[in-house]
Design a protein around this ligand. Structure first.
Ligand code: NAP
Length: 247
């Protein structure tokens, strides 16, 4: 199905993990996709190659989204290259997990700037473009942790909870411009982010998941692409894709 032919999309943190699968699925549906990354250039180029093999255009753009100006510049580059931006997926995210008593100011700032500051920066730059087009689909990747909290993740939970509140507010402000803003909240998903967790803790986490397994990045991507491609009357929502770990 090539229903996104002629549309352009930006996916932040698309060199691997969930972002990579989102970028590839958008391209399979026909969209041209700009792939943002911060360090893994070869991985980003590999995603671009796959997208081109699918018959879509790809751009790879290095930008450290912990810096707001870099987020703004990312949007400006895609706009100047392609002349329109239809879909923005804010996916880039990091963890710096520690119990609160050990958390440093740097752990706090790095996670809040990368996960939440980046969403503010890209949105604020893309909104005038989307308002001019009278069309836009913004999907922000949050986490069930932003709703439920999680031991050792005060900084991450705050950033993801912030994304949910930001998403709802932007949805209200943008609805009359035909710009929808939604959040997808994955549960534990098989990527390098989860691979950082020691095996013993992974097993404990798994026992909390009613479906008895971790999610796959492709399963998150399907929900993102559904919202972006078919969610014309869906806005201000957070959609859980989490195997039942939080209901
Ligand atoms: P991942 O495998 O660790 O990949 C992270 C991606 O973000 C990479 O493409 C990385 O680029 C990019 N990135 C990191 N810091 C960046 C920065 N400062 N500027 C720009 N890009 C940056 O992560 P993931 O598991 O796919 O997670 C994707 C999103 O899903 C995140 O927002 C995460 O919080 C959320 N999520 C994940 C899970 C899970 O269990 N995995 C659960 C809930 C929510 P490089 O490759 O260049 O380093």
């Amino acid at each position: 199905m090539q229903d996104l032919k002629g549309k352009t999309a930006i996916v932040t943190g698309a060199s691997r993990g969930i972002g990579r699968e989102i970028a590839l699925l958008l391209a399979k549906r026909g969209a041209d996709v700009a792939i943002n990354y911060v360090s893994r250039e070869a991985d980003a180029n590999a995603v671009a190659k796959e997208i081109e093999n699918l018959g879509s255009r790809a751009l790879t753009i290095k930008a450290d989204l912990s810096q707001m100006e870099a987020g703004r510049e990312l949007i400006r580059k895609v706009q100047s290259e392609w002349g329109h931006i239809d879909i923005l997926v804010n996916n880039a995210g990091i963890t710096r997990d520690k119990a609160m008593k050990n958390l440093t100011d740097a752990d706090w700032t790095e996670v809040l700037d990368t996960n939440l500051g980046s969403v503010y920066a890209t949105c604020s730059e893309v909104l005038p473009i989307m308002m001019g087009q009278k069309y836009g689909r913004i999907v922000n990747i949050t986490s069930f942790v932003g709703q439920a909290g999680n031991f050792g993740q005060a900084n991450y939970a705050a950033s993801k909870g912030g994304i949910i509140a930001f998403t709802k507010t932007l949805a209200l402000e943008m609805a009359r411009h035909n710009i929808t803003v939604n959040a997808i909240a994955p549960g534990f998903t098989e990527t390098e982010m989860l691979a950082q967790v020691p095996e013993e803790i992974r097993q404990k986490i798994m026992s909390r998941v009613p479906m008895g397994r971790f999610g796959l990045p492709e399963e998150i991507a399907k929900a993102v692409v559904f919202i972006a491609a078919e969610g014309d009357y869906i806005t201000g929502q957070q959609i859980n894709v989490n195997g039942g770990v939080y209901m």
